[in-house]
Ligand binder design. Structure first.
Ligand code: HSE
Length: 309
């Protein structure tokens, strides 16, 4: 071990971001998970979860500690044992990349105490944490949480990540009071899709990346549609169509499902954000009777090592 302890923050993310199923991700400034690690030196591992959420505390069943151990292995080192505390800042199963935030945080914290400066290794280890929770190794949430801004897996053969700085906009996030496990939300997807739907998403994805690179907010939002996952998953989120309609009527420029849901996000300007938020909360409650939590944030710059010594 090069260092004794480290503290890392790792943010919530919006995976898929419209047409980019399993590829696109947008990092949010908040909420964040806070991961603390202390080298134990005796080979024993422990993990404790704080923040009012119940998650596994067996080191190989918790995605943060699992990702930390994988990071040590991938870098050819022994983790030598550690004590980890995960302070959850976000609700698991809500669609805003909770397991990715914790996995990136765990891997980055281990990289910090080992003195490993290789973000691609952190990405790989974090994807293994994600796989533990969801059953598949998708990189969209972990890439956005690690690198910040807008990310796309631009080559799935090498897991190369394209990174773009988004323009300034507000993000309104609605968290309906229902948990949707990613594993189950993936099970509702068809194993085959019509070729015209693949072409539709591929075309919109190209347009969205072009608009993002030009920092054209209206252009980004005009391409936020999807035929690969949202049509199959929205049944898991009662009130989705009504929330989308009311958000757009109140000043949102684009709306979609965040990751595998149930979170719904809207892109808008700072001045319209409060109105859009109120409209989304009300539309959900009136259409489905469901309670929700909601927040407004902006694009974020990714996971950070807050201190290491
Ligand atoms: N791309 C993943 C999915 C994200 O939609 O299943 C899970 O949050």
């Amino acid at each position: 071990m090069r260092f004794e302890r480290a503290e890392v923050t790792s943010p919530a993310t919006i995976a898929n971001f419209g047409p980019g199923f399993d590829s696109f991700g947008l990092c949010m400034e908040s909420p964040v998970d806070r991961i603390r690690i202390r080298a134990a030196g005796d080979g024993a591992r422990s993990v404790k979860v704080e923040g009012g959420h119940t998650l596994p505390e067996e080191p190989e069943e918790n995605c943060s500690s699992h990702a930390a151990s994988r990071l040590a292995e991938l870098s050819g080192r022994d983790d030598e044992g550690f004590d980890m505390t995960v302070v959850k800042g976000m609700k698991p199963g809500s669609g805003i990349g909770s397991s990715a935030a914790s996995s990136v945080g765990g891997a980055l914290a281990m990289a910090a105490i080992l003195g490993v400066d290789d973000r691609q290794l952190v990405l790989e280890a974090a994807a293994m944490g994600e796989e533990l929770v969801s059953g598949t190794k998708h990189y969209d949430n972990v890439a956005a949480a690690l690198y910040g801004g807008f990310t796309a897996v631009s080559d799935p053969r090498s897991n190369r990540i394209l990174r773009l700085k988004p323009p300034d906009f507000s993000i309104v996030v609605l968290l309906p009071d229902v948990a949707v496990e990613t594993r189950k939300a993936r099970a509702v997807l068809p194993s085959e899709i019509p070729i015209e739907d693949a072409v539709y998403n591929m075309s919109l994805a190209s347009g969205l990346i072009d608009a993002m690179a030009r920092k054209d907010i209206a252009g980004v939002c005009a391409h936020l549609d999807d035929r690969l996952s949202v049509p199959y998953r929205k049944a898991l989120v009662p009130g989705y169509d009504s929330v989308k309609e009311q958000a757009l009527k109140s000043g949102a420029l684009g709306v979609s499902l965040a990751g595998s849901g149930p979170a719904i996000f809207a892109i808008t300007s700072e001045s319209y954000a409060p109105e859009v938020r109120t409209a989304m909360v009300r539309a959900l409650s009136e259409s489905s009777g469901m309670e929700s939590e909601s927040f407004v944030t902006v694009p974020g710059s990714g996971a950070r090592v807050e201190n290491v010594d």
